[in-house]
Design a protein around this ligand. Structure first.
Ligand code: ATP
Length: 200
């Protein structure tokens, strides 16, 4: 399982070249921070990695990527459903019996420091809890590729720190994680950094 970027560059129509000559291999077990100034093309590069956008230059090769999850800066959940329901659902969808799904969901939620709020409704969660729940839910689906766009952009510093801390523990040997971020704490929580400043 891997994504190889070879001399990738992008511009929109007649716009300026956002970045160019980016060569990198993205592997499971790593959490890549995608950094760079505003407008450098971080979200664009996430779209290129996902295969939604064809790069203007270079090539992208994906091997063994059979599922993908996106997490955006605004957490979306079902207001009246409990937190644990959100994490159990992808497990039930994979065919696990309810009891087993809930057990695995609780283990996963523990990793994201959500044990205390497992039985609370989504509408009652704080911003940081909701964002960590989105990470736990995405992991429950066991995607090969997880793309996280500015996960702390809407959070205050303390809450953002709890999300960054969770990110530091999500490296998993069957998932490639890529996180676009401005937040130095989030960047430091990742295992690798791709700084678009170096490709301008
Ligand atoms: N579909 C599009 N068509 C034309 N231009 C676009 C499109 N999407 C993004 N852009 C432009 O490309 C540039 C890079 O955008 P992008 O959102 O990838 O940057 P970013 O690094 O993620 O920015 P930020 O940190 O502010 O979120 C911006 O100038 C943006 O206006």
């Amino acid at each position: 399982m891997r994504v190889d970027l070879g001399h990738v560059g992008h511009r929109y129509a007649d716009g300026p070249l956002l970045f160019h000559d980016l060569t990198a291999s993205l592997m499971p077990g790593h959490v890549y921070a995608l950094t760079g100034p505003s407008g450098a093309g971080k979200s664009t590069l996430l779209g290129i990695i996902a295969g939604w956008t064809t790069p203007a230059e270079g090539r992208v090769a994906r091997q063994g990527i059979d599922s993908m999850r996106w997490i955006f800066q605004n957490p979306h959940g079902v207001a009246q459903r409990t937190a644990i329901d959100h994490v159990s659902l992808p497990l039930l969808a994979r065919g696990l019996p309810r009891r087993e799904a809930e057990e695995q969901a609780r283990t996963l939620m523990d990793r994201f420091n959500l044990t205390r709020v497992a039985d609370r409704r989504f509408a009652e969660l704080s911003g940081g809890e909701a964002q960590r729940l989105m990470l736990a839910r995405a992991f429950a689906a066991q995607p090969s590729l997880m793309l996280v766009d500015e996960p702390t952009a809407q959070l205050d510093m303390h809450t953002a720190a709890t999300v960054s801390e969770s990110l530091s523990r999500i490296a998993r040997n069957d998932t490639i994680v890529v996180v676009s971020t401005h937040d130095p704490n989030t960047r430091d929580a990742c295992t690798d950094i791709i700084d678009l400043k170096n490709y301008q």
